[in-house]
Design a protein around this ligand. Structure first.
Ligand SMILES: [Zn+2]
Length: 119
């Protein structure tokens, strides 16, 4: 009998989440984060986003209103917040967002999400 690898009940593993697939280091795949942005799907479950849209981020990301983790359903936030993180993550909710790709010389080299109407 072949043992199947998979998440254990009650344990959230990053690779079980849509945008983190194949990312054992706990950092979401840039390709999948971009897909979440363009297809407007949830970074945790991969299903279409509704309203509100939730983002989780560090206090710095909240202050800048620029988030690097993909958009989430409100109900999927806990799965992402359960991941090991070096700092506590704050949740913000919005009706919409812009996806900003870094320009050359941009101080932030990563694509990011800018909520446009915080709830
Ligand atoms: Zn979801």
């Amino acid at each position: 009998m072949v043992a199947r690898r998979g998440p254990q009940p009650g344990v959230t593993t990053a690779s079980a989440l849509f945008a983190w697939e194949g990312a054992p280091d706990g950092v979401p795949s840039r390709r999948l984060v971009t897909r979440c942005a363009l297809a407007r799907v949830c970074g945790a479950c991969g299903r279409p986003l509704g309203h509100p849209i939730a983002f989780v981020g560090t206090s710095d990301e909240v202050a800048r209103n620029a988030f690097h983790l993909p958009p989430l359903h409100d109900g999927c936030v806990d799965a992402v917040r359960a991941l090991p993180a070096p700092v506590p993550l704050t949740v913000v909710r919005t009706a919409g967002f812009e996806f900003v790709r870094p320009g050359s010389g941009d101080a932030d080299p990563l694509p990011r999400f800018v909520p446009n109407s915080l709830l």
